[in-house]
Design a protein around this ligand. Structure first.
Ligand code: ARG
Length: 457
């Protein structure tokens, strides 16, 4: 029995029915659909549409259906066209004709928008929980790896010495922003559409404020046309997810690079490495490569939904049924990527000697220019003079630190014996002591503030 069979004289074509059927994916809204229906039963009783006895029957049957979903015992029928139809069909099986009263004043349009928002709010809670796990892993790494210097890169070229803890904290900053974005998205999602009816609002005296409190929404939607059409929350969710995935992909890429034999800065634990079917020596970082790849798939989901929504006419259109798969798929993917990243971070081993060996005195050329600035030379000229020293050291085939003082003085008489002091990586790092810089004092401050921010979010 279709929910809408009255005006039709023939059955829906079977392939059209297949196209229409959203149950293959929206079955995941089962629990929130029933929870929403329990609240709705209470609201229509308050509006005197159900007697106390009727609402008791309906609610106890809905509670049984909820238990069936939770235990995986709910039986779907081939005639169920979506999750809402399935729940109402089952309710009528259990409660008899009184079950037919539940949908009074409600449309699947406001119902699905409500269900989906509830699902997204729950998904955000799970994702944020897993994201915190990654942040904790980064925080612990930053604490444990204190004092380890390595080259910082720009353009993938050795740039300036930095502390490894500074590098970990850099990635943590991006992920803290992601957490905040998800939290903001949750606030935007917490606006209740139920009571908007198909599009015009409901004609019964429904207490929407009551429904909002029952279902954990902080606000009630203010315009029924917008309420049934608005999928901004889903787009915001996918955007927050895309940025998070992008941040994970950048971290993954650095870890892949640093684990190559050429860098050798880190080694991933066997639990997060895979082998080659042909080459016995291979240890591949497949989980990190897939993390890098999935960021692409996830942002495709974002652009896909934006394209579906673009240009839709007012209120509900069936196009909106396409909103769920991208969100489900992206949430599922992130719920795998996040714990894997946390595991990779907490189990990898670092090779501080390799990092140290990659520090080249030429990476202190900027410090050399700064030395000249302290002697009163304008920076632009100091930059040029330091560059000449780099060139001279290359001509002589020696490190910048090995260039004799006489050679420095031939470049500019302001150079003195104290120029040797520049060639000390620890000293260089310590001098980068501004807020946010790589000096040990600043890095320690970053870490302690990081834990506070993590706990207060
Ligand atoms: N399965 C539909 C969806 O996911 C439910 C809403 C159907 N509304 C309608 N007027 N046909 O969007």
């Amino acid at each position: 029995m279709k929910l809408w069979g009255g005006r039709f004289s023939s059955e829906l074509d079977s392939q059209a029915a297949q196209l229409n059927n959203s149950l293959p994916f929206d079955y995941r809204l089962g629990e929130v659909d029933v929870i929403g229906s329990i609240a709705w039963a209470k609201a229509i009783q308050k509006a005197n549409i159900l007697t106390g006895a009727e609402s008791e029957v309906i609610i106890s049957c809905l509670e049984r259906i909820l238990a069936e979903f939770r235990s995986g015992e709910f039986d779907f029928s081939p005639s169920d066209e979506d999750i809402h139809t399935a729940v109402e069909r089952r309710l009528t099986e259990l409660a008899g004709p009184v079950g037919g009263k539940l949908h009074t004043g409600r449309s699947r349009n406001d119902q699905v928008a409500t269900d989906f928002r509830m699902w997204v709010m729950q998904a955000i809670d799970s994702l944020v929980g897993q994201l915190v796990g990654v942040l904790q892993a980064l925080g612990k790494r930053a604490e444990e790896d204190m004092g380890v210097l390595l080259p910082g890169y720009t353009h993938t070229q050795r740039a300036q010495p930095i502390y490894l803890s500074h590098f970990w904290m850099g990635h943590a900053e991006a992920l803290l922003r992601d957490r905040e974005r998800f939290q903001t998205c949750k606030v935007h999602t917490g606006v209740l559409p139920l009571g908007s009816g198909a599009l015009a609002g409901t004609s019964f005296e429904i207490d929407r404020e009551f429904l909002a409190v029952e279902l954990g929404f902080a606000q009630v939607s203010r315009n029924s046309l917008d309420a049934v059409a608005d999928r901004d929350f889903a787009v915001e969710f996918l955007f927050a997810a895309s940025l998070l995935a992008l941040h994970l992909s950048r971290l993954a890429d650095a870890l892949i690079l640093y684990s190559t034999a050429e860098f050798g800065f880190i080694e991933m634990a066997d639990a997060y490495s895979t082998g080659s079917s042909l080459m016995p020596q291979k240890k591949n970082a497949d989980p990190m490569e897939l993390t890098r790849a999935k960021a692409g798939t996830i942002l495709g989901r974002l652009t896909g939904l934006l394209a579906v929504l673009k240009g839709l006419p007012s209120a509900y259109d069936k196009d909106l049924q396409e909103d769920k798969q991208p969100v489900f798929d992206v949430a599922d993917t992130l719920l795998v990527l996040l714990p894997v990243m946390a595991g990779v971070l907490s189990t990898l081993s670092i090779r501080p000697q390799k990092m140290r060996a990659a520090l080249d005195p030429a990476m202190l050329a900027t410090d050399l220019a700064d030395y000249l600035v302290h002697k009163g030379i304008p920076f632009r000229e100091a930059h040029h003079l330091s560059g000449r020293a780099v060139r001279r050291s290359a001509e002589l085939g020696v490190g910048l630190n090995e260039l004799p003082v006489a050679e420095f003085q031939a470049i500019h008489p302001v150079f003195e014996n104290d120029v040797q002091e520049v060639f000390d990586f620890e000293r260089s790092a310590a001098m980068h002591g501004v807020i946010g810089g790589t000096s040990p004092t600043q890095v320690k401050k970053q870490i302690s503030e990081f834990w506070k921010r993590l706990a207060s979010g």
